[in-house]
Design a protein around this ligand. Sequence first.
Ligand SMILES: *Cc1c(COP(=O)(O)O)cnc(C)c1O
Length: 394
Amino acid sequence: MKQDGRFGEFGGFYVPEVLIPALEELEEAFLRFTADAGFNGELQNLLKNYAGRPTPLYFAKRLSELAGFKIYLKREDLLHGGAHKMNNTLGQGLLAKYMGKKKLIAETGAGQHGLATAMVGALFGMETKIFMGETDIERQSVNVHKMKLCGAEVIGVEGGTGTLKDAINDALRYWTANVSDTFYLFGSAAGPHPYPVIVKHFQSCIGTEARQQCIEQTGRLPDMVAACVGGGSNAIGIFSAFLKDKDVQIVGVEAGGSAKDRLAAGHHAATLAAGKVGILHGSKTYLLQNDDGQIAETESISAGLDYPGVGPEHSFLKDTGRVKYVPAFDEDALDAFELLTKTEGILPALESSHAIAYVMSLKGKLSPATSVIVNLSGRGDKDVGIVEKYRPVK
Ligand SMILES: *Cc1c(COP(=O)(O)O)cnc(C)c1O
């Protein structure tokens, strides 16, 4: 590898020997084509005319009045596909095309990354296979159907708990056996090097835009930037533009699971708040582990945050103290979902609702001049059924 793929002690590429040449080929292509005017021009054109960038930075006036400070929403919910995922799938899909690969594979949990990959597979005319746990296939049947409509094959994964972690294991296994003609389109800023670097690069448009839009609208930088953290791609995408601005406070909000369950169990489920350093999916990072070192199961109301690991750069940013990581509970995310919907007419994804929940917990604690940008990573249409179950509308 040209880069060592380390963020302090975190990251690296802990993979079977047979995958090393594929990761090297990927890194080499990534470095070459992201310095290529033709590649960048084609990607910019797709981001603008296919996906709808730039997304707006919206001043949420009524929500701000309730909070007592200024809240701006970076509207990734308006991106094609309904979430920030498309920034990465367009980037990696185009990379696959430039590398001459004809087949895409991807893992998915809630189905958002699977769907964004299936869309890009259709766009580029590539054969696409999506690995998805059987539990998730059952929970997310609408997204499964959409992926199939886009022409993708959805491969059910039976091992483990039938969720995202197991889907990644199977996708990596399949890739190991099919590296020559297959591109593995990884969904978050996690996994072995160079994926954390690649995904951050393609998601950094969120932060670059938000920084410039904030200066245009308010004349200065924000005081705080907050985003939810699953694997960490939407968060690193918006954080990346502000890491050097020492006066900008940066907060990553993890899923803490249900407050009721956690109080009963005496701990919470957030990876960075409660995890220990270990290796998962080719990367050294903080992980949720049991006392005997086994990967623990996460349990969040939002499937997109249900991952026992986190991207290695977030582990590094936690240890250096540059970014603060906090958990938000299911109940608070549901409150935030209802609040944003009622006050602004915007239905946030339950993942994004965790970030809103944290920011609203600061109500009355910040001066009225304070401005906060929240990354609204996706829209909540996919979650309406879940919200209805927990909070039936009278
Ligand atoms: C997938 C997803 C997430 C979590 O993934 P990250 O890689 O942590 O960004 C968050 N929000 C939405 C809307 C998602 O679809």
